[in-house]
Design a protein. Structure first.
Lengths: 353, 353
């Protein structure tokens, strides 16, 4: 085993309380912890970029683990998608493994703990290809958000040239990529977001046909109708709630609705009520489909290559909202629910060695 | 032009009032009317079998026509799917047409007025093939209900051998066929209905694995869970409302939900509210799809042949609830909402000549 080449104080951020509604700073607690000891089959990782996503809110509720073991436990470190660098490897296991060989200095990603340093089983890390795009994108544009946008838009939304596509949460990490993919496919694309800055981002940076600021509109259903005189063929929904209802009121026959996220509801304690969509689904022969990105895992490699190609060709732009400092992870997470972010929220914890 | 060979008093049934809630006998009015005069391009029809369906309720509300011209107008004859016999043909048009030639005595079907006799444009009638199955089935098992069951179950539900399928309204005209098709495909099939007689029909006549009488169950979600220990892969929903919620609470990953009808809601004045399904759709990667049977019209002929083959082989049974007498059409329609019917509600208006 290699030895650890740092004397830095290790730290973790744990779930201090199950939040009720939007999490607050008291939901979290930072602890000083010992540097972990490398065991057989493990690597020692130094966190570089930590990703925070609204969907994590659901794992903070009280209750038993879901099937994927996603619930966070009190006083245990929270986990999220992270880009890290290998600082030590248990080489005995590496030799036994038929998987990738990992070496000190390699950049990897996975779902890791909010810890500056941690040991992780080799089976739970994946190599980052630094030639595709900047390494932070391994957990964003080329990670779950980008892949969600890709498969949600292409496999579920199935946009055809000339169709009208509406994306809610369009300035976010998933929505901004989903909207641009629909533009690449030749659609008229309308993005919904909640600030003047975001609308400018949608219209000027992403080149969408129109951005609608839902906070400045009295009747969203009317605004959608006026902006989409031919109706809505594809609705990529990251938000849910009344925003969903307003777009849904304007769907065309054979509309496809990809249910990607429901940020409006993540902080609700009870299942939210709303108008039942069934009648409209019948009347419009429309389809509404939920998905998780792992449904498409057999096609991840080709999707990453395609997104990277669009990015490197300049057909798709990607924006990160980067905050520095391990101790600022909780603030960055809480900020997701204020509706202020443009682009993917990331925290830079340390530099690549 | 041939002359009309009957002296019978012609009659029509009109919409007398827009109903509020469940229609009553005052919703309708029977009028004596003149025998119509055959004009160019028309046939004179004598109604034989009239079909009534819950979905017609929506057309009785006040308001403008929908795109398909489906709204019934006050003091105009109501229309529904009907099997009729040609009693006269305008032969000049027949010669001009490239379509089927029609002759006196032919059995045809279409969406006709609630009139004993009426003239209809040749473009609006379709021949019934009496060799496939009894002619009344042209508007039931081989008509919209049967085709809705066929395409809703096979194209949207996509049941695979060994999967668990739940059908609501399973004793009705659509549900009974949908459930049997799932049995033919090798599924475990659970039917939901609302009377002891219907449950007996589902279990003994249709051979479903289990019938659940929702009127005798305290908690439908629990009843479904106990009956479907492996969860629900396909849900063919004819009912909606809280029954939907109970089945939906038990869906499996990658479940397919065919939204066929929503009889629970047809008499509601406002769009009904309920739990939003989006979170569960995401969590289960599930699909919920509405349809109207005309989405599949290019495949009607093969579907009719397949259903008729199953019927003639004894693999699929079909039950009609036949009432006699033109004047009893309103009662038959109103009866649809009492939940008492087993099988397709039909009214026999006259004999084939």
């Amino acid at each position: 085993m290699k030895t650890i080449n740092t004397k830095e104080q290790n730290q973790e951020i744990v779930l201090a309380n199950h939040p009720s509604g939007v999490p607050t700073i008291d939901t979290f607690k930072i602890n000083d912890i010992d540097m972990p000891t490398l065991k057989e089959g493990e690597v020692l990782l130094k966190s570089i970029y930590v990703s925070v996503d609204p969907g994590m809110r659901g794992f903070m509720n009280k209750g038993t683990d879901d099937a994927a073991g996603n619930k966070f436990q009190l006083n245990k470190a929270i986990t999220s998608r992270t880009v890290a660098q290998i600082v030590a490897v248990d080489t005995t296991s590496n030799n036994k493994s038929n998987a990738n060989n990992f070496a000190v200095g390699d950049i990897v990603h996975g779902r890791f703990a909010w810890q500056k340093y941690q040991t992780v089983n080799i089976a739970d890390i994946e190599k980052v290809d630094p030639t595709l795009a900047p390494i932070s994108t391994a957990v964003s544009m080329l990670g779950i958000p980008g892949l969600s946008a890709y498969f949600g838009m292409l496999s579920i939304g199935q946009p055809k040239k000339g169709e009208t596509v509406v994306v809610s949460g369009a300035a976010g990490s998933v929505g901004s990529i989903a909207a641009q993919i629909a533009k690449i496919k030749g659609c008229k694309v309308i993005g919904i977001a909640g600030s003047t800055q975001k609308i400018a981002f949608l219209e000027h940076d992403l080149g969408l046909d129109k951005g609608i600021n839902y906070k400045q509109v009295d009747d969203m259903a009317v605004a959608i109708r006026e902006t989409c005189p031919n109706g809505v063929d594809v609705f990529f929904d990251n938000v849910g709630g009344e925003l969903f209802d307003a777009v849904f009121a304007n769907i065309n026959e054979h509309a496809r609705i990809a249910i990607c996220g429901q940020i409006a509801d993540y902080n609700e304690e009870h299942p939210p009520q709303g108008p039942r969509p069934m009648h409209t689904l019948i009347k419009k022969s429309a389809r509404m489909e939920g998905f998780v990105v792992y449904d498409f895992k057999d096609h991840f490699a080709e999707a990453k290559q395609q997104i990277a190609d669009w990015y490197n060709n300049g057909e798709l732009i990607y924006k990160e909202n980067l905050i520095e400092g391990f101790e600022n992870i909780p603030d960055a997470f809480i900020g997701l629910f204020s509706g202020e972010n443009i682009g993917k929220q990331m925290i830079k914890v340390s530099d690549v060695a």
